[in-house]
Design a protein around this ligand. Sequence first.
Ligand SMILES: *[C@@H]1O[C@H](CO)[C@@H](O)[C@H](O)[C@H]1NC(C)=O
Ligand SMILES: *[C@@H]1O[C@H](CO)[C@@H](O)[C@H](O)[C@H]1NC(C)=O
Ligand SMILES: *[C@@H]1O[C@H](CO)[C@@H](O)[C@H](O)[C@H]1NC(C)=O
Ligand SMILES: *[C@@H]1O[C@H](CO)[C@@H](O)[C@H](O)[C@H]1NC(C)=O
Length: 280
Amino acid sequence: MARFWFCAAGAGFFLVYLVLHSRFCGSPVFREFVFQISWRTEEILYRLDVSWPKNSEYFTGTTFCVAVDSLNGLVYVAQRGDNIQKVLVFTEDGYFLRSWNYTVDTPHGMFAASTQHEQSVWITDVGSDFRMLWLHGENGTEPAKFNIPHSVTLDSAGRVWVADRGNKRIQVFDKDSGEWLGEWNNCFTEEGPSSVRFTPDGNYLIVAQLNLSRLLFVAAPPVGSIGNCTVISSIQLADQVSPHFLDVSGNSGAIYVAEIGAKQVQKYVPLNSYFPSSHS
Ligand SMILES: *[C@@H]1O[C@H](CO)[C@@H](O)[C@H](O)[C@H]1NC(C)=O
Ligand SMILES: *[C@@H]1O[C@H](CO)[C@@H](O)[C@H](O)[C@H]1NC(C)=O
Ligand SMILES: *[C@@H]1O[C@H](CO)[C@@H](O)[C@H](O)[C@H]1NC(C)=O
Ligand SMILES: *[C@@H]1O[C@H](CO)[C@@H](O)[C@H](O)[C@H]1NC(C)=O
């Protein structure tokens, strides 16, 4: 099952398992970025939370990825650059907690995997001689083949959604059998998806498009039918913001977006009228 979805180690590519250690940040460098946000479609699902984080001066590098530990209300950010803290930890409320610069060289993606007993986060580190080998599927354009599989997420029906960025599509598989269930390409004719995550209610798939600096909200299909994809809403970020990865809080439904162009992570919160069951 899950073995299909792990990247095998290649030269210079490794997964780093980090059990958290408290390490407080040294002298931060102040940076400020201001971007105008406009909504492209009528159905507005989310708004920017300008008060997150409280201290943006900790973003001193290129923020490649973000992961939410919903169990502990934490947001991890990994950034690239020389002589900087590589991993930053904030609360979902926006307070900076700690950072560290060891064990991580060139972070690319990450996900939080905390249990009741241990806080942990997995980080993909690409170092030099970047190479990714997927056990399931080889490079190509046919079904179940990939060209830059960039992000993966699961839905509650046990389907695996893979952002096949280079092929400008999302491919869907059964988690247990690995069976190919379908693909979406009609929403991605301009640019492939860089990051995919579901809203906690499972109603929408949120997709980041890097060069278009855009987030799409796509209606999640019913079980048993992948069909075509339908964009319900979108958020157009300013030019060059370049959203690379995003993650969603299981608590509030908030979306955290790691922007490699803007060199910051921003938070979007759901408008309650569209998410009557959300907690905040
Ligand atoms: C990590 O940061 C500490 C102080 O903040 C610094 O002394 C050390 O050289 C840094 N290490 C790396 C590998 O950047
Ligand atoms: C994968 O295939 C695409 C075309 O299908 C090609 O452009 C790309 O260079 C290939 N990538 C690798 C790593 O071989
Ligand atoms: C974004 O643009 C750069 C520069 O033109 C290009 O190399 C890269 O492949 C593009 N990425 C995507 C996801 O289209
Ligand atoms: C998707 O849309 C295309 C073009 O409108 C249509 O031909 C096709 O039948 C649709 N596929 C599904 C699975 O609905």
